[in-house]
Design a protein around this ligand. Structure first.
Ligand SMILES: Cc1cc2nc3c(=O)[nH]c(=O)nc-3n(C[C@H](O)[C@H](O)[C@H](O)COP(=O)(O)OP(=O)(O)OC[C@H]3O[C@@H](n4cnc5c(N)ncnc54)[C@H](O)[C@@H]3O)c2cc1C
Length: 383
């Protein structure tokens, strides 16, 4: 049997991997973490951390450090489309989210990994493969490590998941995102603003005192309109959706990412656990990825204490992602057709109880049974 060098090995020090390492260390385990990047590094994201997220950061003792980066509070969501705007819909249960600029957020997580005495943290080291088994192994560019469990948190297009033969996807509809940051003096606006216009969804969130993020989400076909220059076309489309950004400065580093939709045939087996985007992702439209990744990280650590860790993690993972992913797929379906968008907007404005019901599903507070038949009719038929 191969030597056990650590209780837990983690691949990827993004939010999911960092939190998996920190939860494991919190329960007294010796952890080794590898990330091929050196921090601070940026990552294309909508940067809205939904309410379960801040609560989990608190459990890791990180909430104040994240607030210290200037992360503004987010109270809920406003949707605009088809010449209608919904009333602001606060997150249920009085909870709030945070606008987390990934460059700063991930750097805080990384420096926390560096300071933890139970964590042996290696930046700038690529993991070439993971080998399942009773003592799973992590093979890196700098050597090999055996651990009792390996958390693979290497992101959306997880190379390691593909090598394991566990990748299913990318699956249609193939959707993409283009992300940029805008600087200006903005009035305080604690709402995520989802604006659907000309075949794009624009997702806008405050991420600093003078900084707003805007992510444009669209289908593969719509990406053709960026053929003559992503940054220039992004600027034009965003300003059309948000005229108040006319005087704001677009920062460098507009980035495009996609396709999004990947699944894994399993999220745990033979000592290997997929955590965060590596375990599957549907679409950014519901902004659930970060919070869900943090919850999975906690579930990973809980599963290690169970007599059947892999089966227990698979169960917990289904509980965290099942309804969220179904809801995300439903919203992508609705957003993809102007007629459906118009009907949904009519329904959302006529029946304001629909939005809180959907938000609660997205935050993992309740299931689809919470949405009444009348609310379904409002959302799907606009009555
Ligand atoms: C356009 C867009 C908008 C989004 N908007 C939101 C939003 O508003 N709210 C939200 O919650 N979520 C949003 N998401 C989703 C969110 O970005 C992801 O869910 C989140 O980044 C997942 O975190 P992670 O830790 O799983 O992966 P990542 O953040 O991708 O981290 C993976 C890490 O693994 C490392 N790595 C990769 N391969 C290796 C290797 N072989 N060896 C070593 N290290 C490796 C990488 O360097 C990286 O640091 C959005 C996503 C997109 C694309």
């Amino acid at each position: 049997m191969a030597a056990v060098d650590a209780d837990v090995a983690v691949v990827g020090a993004g939010p999911a991997g960092a939190a998996a390492a920190l939860f494991a260390a919190q329960s007294g385990r010796r952890v080794v973490v590898f990330d091929r990047a050196t921090f601070p590094r940026d990552k294309a994201c909508g940067e809205g951390l939904m309410p379960p997220g801040p609560r989990i950061l608190d459990e890791l003792g990180l909430h104040d450090a994240i607030l210290g980066t200037g992360a503004p509070r987010i109270d809920g969501i406003v949707i605009a489309a088809a010449d209608q705007v919904t009333e602001p819909s606060p997150f249920p249960r009085g909870e709030t989210g945070l606008g987390v600029r990934r460059l700063r957020f991930d750097a805080v997580l990384s420096s926390r990994l560096e300071r933890d005495p139970l964590i042996d943290y290696h930046q700038g080291v690529t993991v070439e493969r993971v080998v399942p088994g009773r003592v799973p192994r992590v093979v890196t560019s700098a050597g090999e490590v055996g651990a009792r469990a390996v958390a693979v948190a290497d992101g959306l297009r997880s190379n390691l998941r593909r090598q394991l033969g566990w990748t299913r996807g990318p699956r249609p509809p193939h959707r993409y995102g283009i992300v940029g940051h805008w600087r200006g003096s903005f009035p305080i606006d604690p709402w995520i603003r989802l604006t659907i216009h000309s075949g794009f969804e624009s997702y806008r969130a405050p991420v600093g005192p003078d900084e707003h993020l805007v992510a444009l989400l669209c289908s593969h076909a719509r990406m053709a309109s960026f053929a003559n220059g992503v940054t220039q076309q992004y600027r034009v489309l965003v300003r059309a959706a948000h005229p108040d950004l006319e005087k704001a400065d677009l920062g460098p580093g507009v980035s495009a990412i996609g396709p999004f939709r990947h699944r894994a045939s399993t999220v745990a087996g033979e000592g290997i656990f997929l955590v965060g985007d590596a375990s599957g992702f549907v679409d950014p439209i519901t902004g659930e990825g970060l919070a869900s990744g943090l919850e999975q990280a906690k579930a990973f650590s809980q599963a290690l204490a169970h007599p059947h860790p892999e089966a227990h993690y698979r169960r917990l993972h289904r509980g965290i992602t099942g309804n969220r992913w179904r809801l995300t797929a439903l919203l992508v379906y609705l957003a993809s057709d102007p007629g459906r968008v118009a009907r949904a907007m009519r329904g959302l404005t006529r029946r304001p109880s629909v939005m809180p019901a959907l938000l609660g599903i997205n935050l993992g507070y309740w299931g689809f049974g919470r949405v009444t038949p009348r609310e379904w009719v409002a959302l799907l038929a606009g009555w």
